[in-house]
Design a protein around this ligand. Structure first.
Ligand SMILES: [Zn+2]
Length: 153
């Protein structure tokens, strides 16, 4: 996996985040790529639309990718997400046995990877992905900031 591929996969996740914002959802997007570089799933947040607090972009992408490969695990696959996963999604990444996690912006308020629960650092976590933060960070942060500013005005 070259970094050029990583940038292009994160761009796709950012497109999903923009589409989520246009639906009135918190702008977070996620993409899952197979070991051989095929995009298996792309999703954005749909918690409001589906009236489902678990319908985070990562969860929807994991469900779609598992369905695509007809497996409960995504061994060797990579997840690209525009915001640091929350504890729920981090746990799902572990359960799915995803090999790599790329995320754009850190989430000091709700993240569960670098802060808060630090799910992958717990002794009860039985699979931790390789973690690559920061690709697309500026654009992902801008989308979130813009979204919440517009909601306040
Ligand atoms: Zn989440």
């Amino acid at each position: 996996m070259t970094s050029k591929d990583a940038v292009s996969h994160m761009s796709l996740a950012l497109e999903e985040a923009k589409a989520a914002a246009e639906r009135g959802e918190v702008p977070v997007g996620a993409v899952i790529v197979s070991a051989d570089g095929k995009v298996l799933a792309a999703a954005g947040n749909r918690t409001r639309e589906l009236q489902d607090p678990t319908a985070h972009a990562e969860i929807l992408a994991i469900r779609a990718a598992c369905s695509e490969v007809s497996d409960e695990r995504l061994v060797g696959c990579s997840l690209y997400v525009t915001l640091e996963p929350c504890p729920m999604c981090a746990a799902a990444v572990s359960f799915a046995r995803l090999k790599r996690l790329y995320y754009a912006a850190s989430d000091p308020k709700g993240g569960g990877v670098e802060q808060g629960a630090r799910v992958f650092n717990q002794p009860t976590c039985h699979h931790a992905p390789e973690i690559y933060p920061g690709i697309g960070e500026a654009e992902a942060s801008f989308l979130l900031k813009d979204f919440f500013e517009q909601r306040r005005s």
